[in-house]
Design a protein around this ligand. Structure first.
Ligand code: PLP
Ligand code: COI
Length: 355
C-alpha cells in the first residue's frame, strides 16, 4: 500500500473489504465483509431499470488521542431510511447500518488516515433494488453495501474559497420530488448544470425549481450565509461570551427539495450555542448582497467558504469574502475539533472506536 495521505483528494481508493447485506424473504442477513467489489446483478434489477437506489456518506476521523471517531452515523442511518421509504425500498434498520459501518472500519484499519493529514476514512453506504422487473414498479429484494475509501478534502487546498454561478436552467429535483432524499437520480439530474458551471469556471448554485428566485443548494452541499452585521470582526467572534446576544444571524434555506444536511444541522447547533440567531427560511438570490460570509457545507467539505456568486441572468456578481470569514472559520474549526477529539463532544456526536 502506497498512499500519500497528504495529497489524497476526494477520489475513490480501493480498500481491502466492502461490507454487504441482502434483504430477502422478509429479512436482512447479517452484514459480512468481502474482498469482492463486484455484484452479480440481474440486468433487469429495479436499481438499473427504474433507479431504485439510495446512498449515504459519512466519515471516521483519526483523532489527536489516536482513537477513531465515527461522526453521527445514526443520522445517516435515519436519512437512508427516509430515502428508502421515498423510493419504496426496504429501509435498513439502524442496528444493521451501524454493524456494517463498524465492520467496514474494523476490516480496513490500515486505510484510516493518520491524524493531521486532513484525510479521513469515508464510508459510502449504498442501497439498491435487486429484483428483476420489467413492469414499472418497486422490487422486493434489496442489497445494502458499505464501500469505504480514504479521502482527502473535497475541495483541493483544504480551506479556501470557491465561486458559484446561479443556475436557473436545470432543476436537480422537483419541489415535491426526491430532492430531500439522497438518491442517485438527483445527482444524475444535476450533471447538466454542474458540468456547465464547471466549464464556466464555477460551482453550481441551484435555485428552487418552482420559481428560481430562491437559493436551494450549492452543488452537492447545503448553503449557509451569515447576515451582514457591523460587529463581527475576528476579535469579536473569539471574545464574545456565549450569552452575548450580538446579532450574528446564520441563515440557511428552507426548501422541500434540498437534502437535510447533517453537517448543517451540527453547525446550526454550534451556532445556537454561540448565541447566534439561526434562521431557516426561503432566501432570495438577491439577499446575497446582505451577507458578509457564505459557504457550502456537507460531509465531504465540512465548510467551503464562497468568495463570490455570479448571476448570469442579471449580469450581477455578489462579492462575499476574498478569504474565509471569521464566523464560518470559527464554526469550521469547532466542528473539526469535535471530530478530531480536540474539544469535548458535548452533543455525543461521535462514536469512539479503539483502533
Ligand atoms: N446536499 C446534497 C445534495 C448532498 O449530496 C450532501 C452530501 O451529503 C449534502 C447536501 C450535505 O449533507 P451532509 O452534511 O449530511 O453530508
Ligand atoms: C458530501 O458528502 O458533502 C457530498 O457532497 C456528497 C457528494 C460527494 C455525493
Amino acid at each position: 500500500m502506497n498512499i500519500d495521505w497528504n495529497t489524497l483528494g476526494f477520489h475513490y481508493t480501493e480498500t481491502d473489504y466492502i461490507v454487504r447485506s441482502a434483504y430477502r424473504d422478509g429479512h436482512w442477513e447479517a452484514p459480512y465483509a468481502t474482498r469482492n467489489k463486484y455484484l452479480k446483478l440481474h440486468v433487469s434489477a429495479t436499481c438499473l431499470q427504474y433507479g431504485q437506489e439510495a446512498f449515504e456518506g459519512l466519515k471516521a476521523f483519526r483523532g489527536i488521542d489516536g482513537k477513531v471517531r465515527i461522526f453521527r452515523w445514526q443520522e445517516n442511518a435515519r436519512r437512508m431510511q427516509r430515502s428508502a421509504e421515498g423510493l419504496k425500498m426496504q429501509p435498513v434498520p439502524t442496528d444493521i447500518f451501524g454493524e456494517a459501518i463498524r465492520l467496514a472500519l474494523k476490516k480496513n484499519k490500515r486505510f484510516i488516515p493518520p491524524y493531521e493529514t486532513g484525510a479521513t476514512l469515508y464510508f459510502r453506504p449504498l442501497l439498491i433494488g435487486t429484483t428483476p422487473r420489467l413492469g414499472v414498479g418497486p422490487g422486493k429484494e434489496f442489497e445494502f453495501i458499505v464501500i469505504p475509501s480514504p479521502i482527502g478534502p473535497y475541495y483541493e487546498g483544504k480551506f479556501h474559497c470557491t465561486s458559484f454561478i446561479v443556475n436557473r436552467r436545470v432543476d436537480r429535483a422537483a419541489p415535491l420530488g426526491t430532492g430531500a432524499f439522497k438518491v442517485g437520480g438527483n445527482y444524475a439530474a444535476s450533471f447538466r448544470a454542474t458540468e456547465a458551471a464547471h466549464a464556466a469556471g464555477y460551482d453550481c448554485l441551484f435555485t428552487d425549481s418552482k420559481t428560481h428566485h430562491y437559493i436551494d443548494e450549492c452543488s452537492a452541499a447545503n448553503f449557509i450565509g451569515i447576515k451582514k452585521n457591523t460587529d463581527c470582526s475576528a476579535d469579536r467572534v473569539q471574545t464574545a461570551p456565549l450569552t452575548d446576544q450580538f446579532t450574528i444571524e446564520y441563515l440557511t434555506p428552507r426548501s422541500s427539495a434540498i437534502l437535510p444536511s447533517i453537517t448543517n444541522d451540527s453547525l446550526m447547533a454550534l451556532a445556537r450555542e454561540r448565541g447566534y440567531k439561526v434562521t431557516r427560511r426561503k432566501i432570495r438570490v438577491e439577499e446575497l448582497s446582505d451577507m458578509q460570509e457564505a459557504a457550502a457545507c456537507g460531509t465531504a467539505c465540512v465548510i467551503s467558504p464562497i468568495d463570490k456568486v455570479y448571476d448570469p441572468d442579471n449580469n450581477r456578481t455578489y462579492h462575499l469574502t476574498d478569504e474565509p470569514g471569521p464566523i464560518l472559520t470559527e464554526l469550521y474549526q469547532a466542528l473539526q475539533d469535535i471530530q478530531y477529539g480536540r474539544r469535548p463532544d458535548t452533543h455525543h456526536w461521535c462514536e469512539v472506536v479503539d483502533s
